[in-house]
Design a protein around this ligand. Structure first.
Ligand code: PAF
Length: 284
């Protein structure tokens, strides 16, 4: 496995791979590699000759400086894990490589509409940071496919729209959420939870499954379902920030035409914000 921080050297390797007609899968990450990343890597390998993982904690997508500062950075350990997963190349750019003129003066890429609603309304500027950096990584790596987890459901939809809108010749592969045995969605931030918080965390996924069952059973009084779910979460020490039940394709209110709904949830446990989502197929 080769690790590149220098963009010029890295680009030379990419050029060579392109010249050799090798297909490339990109797995963009912010590091703190865990089991869910392994799934992305393994799927990348299924679809391409070369798997490249990027590790960059992107300040543009954090709206809280303490969250950015505290984001787990475990590069040495990450490289060992990626090496054992037989990743071909790792790209670990510096802040200056990605934002040479600083974040504020940088050109950005914004997907309209969908970036400003739901999670985007709670975290203004977050998706703009995501699409800008993913765009840059796509331009640098020039992958044939790129793998993203369904845990960040809205992010995935935004990236899909961005690639379509900007006519990028990149196939976006979406990978189902990887969970602990207790249902908790695996995430880099989980390692920041205390022991007690780790015990409370699965309540988020449990509550989501409870909502999904109600909806599947025909309940459509979403306001009261959300109210009860909020109470459940609070009773277990979580501070819910969002529970949205909407059309999984349009991200708008569920209508008679909706065939797939999505439950999007997030909650704070202490200073750590957990997110999760579940698709519910509706019988019309
Ligand atoms: O999902 C993530 O880890 C990040 O949002 C991504 C896609 C690597 C962009 O920084």
């Amino acid at each position: 496995m080769e690790v590149y921080t220098d963009i010029y050297k890295f680009r030379k390797v990419i050029k060579q791979l392109k010249y050799q007609n090798r297909s490339i899968a990109l797995v963009p990450t912010m590091g703190n590699i865990h089991r869910a990343h392994f799934e992305l890597i393994r799927n990348g390998r299924k679809h391409a000759d070369i798997v490249i993982v990027s590790i960059f904690v992107n300040p543009m997508q954090f709206e809280r400086t303490d969250d950015f500062k505290n984001y787990p950075r475990t590069l040495e350990d990450d490289l060992k894990k990626l090496n054992s997963e037989k990743v071909n190349l790792v790209f670990t750019p510096t802040l200056h490589t990605i934002y040479p003129s600083g974040i504020d003066k940088h050109t950005f890429v914004k997907v309209p509409g969908i970036s400003d609603i739901l999670e985007g309304a709670l975290r203004p500027g977050h998706f703009l940071g995501v699409t800008t950096v993913v765009n840059k990584l796509f331009n640098i790596v020039q992958p044939d496919i790129a793998c993203f987890g369904q845990k960040d459901f809205q992010q995935l939809a935004i990236i899909q729209k961005m690639t379509t809108d900007l006519s990028m010749d990149i196939r976006i592969i979406s990978i189902p959420t990887v969970r602990e045995a207790n249902g908790l969605a695996i995430s880099s931030r989980n390692c920041l939870l205390t022991e007690t918080q780790t015990q409370c965390a699965p309540v988020l996924a449990n509550t989501m499954r409870w909502i999904a069952t109600l909806i599947r059973n025909g309940r459509n009084d979403y306001h009261s379902i959300i109210k009860n779910a909020n109470t459940k979460l609070q009773a277990n020490g979580l501070k819910p920030t969002e529970i949205f039940i909407c059309d999984a394709t349009t991200f708008q209110t569920i209508t008679k035409q909706t065939t797939k709904a999505v439950i999007l949830m997030s909650a704070f446990l202490g200073r750590i914000r957990l997110i999760d989502n579940q698709i519910v197929n509706l019988l019309n």
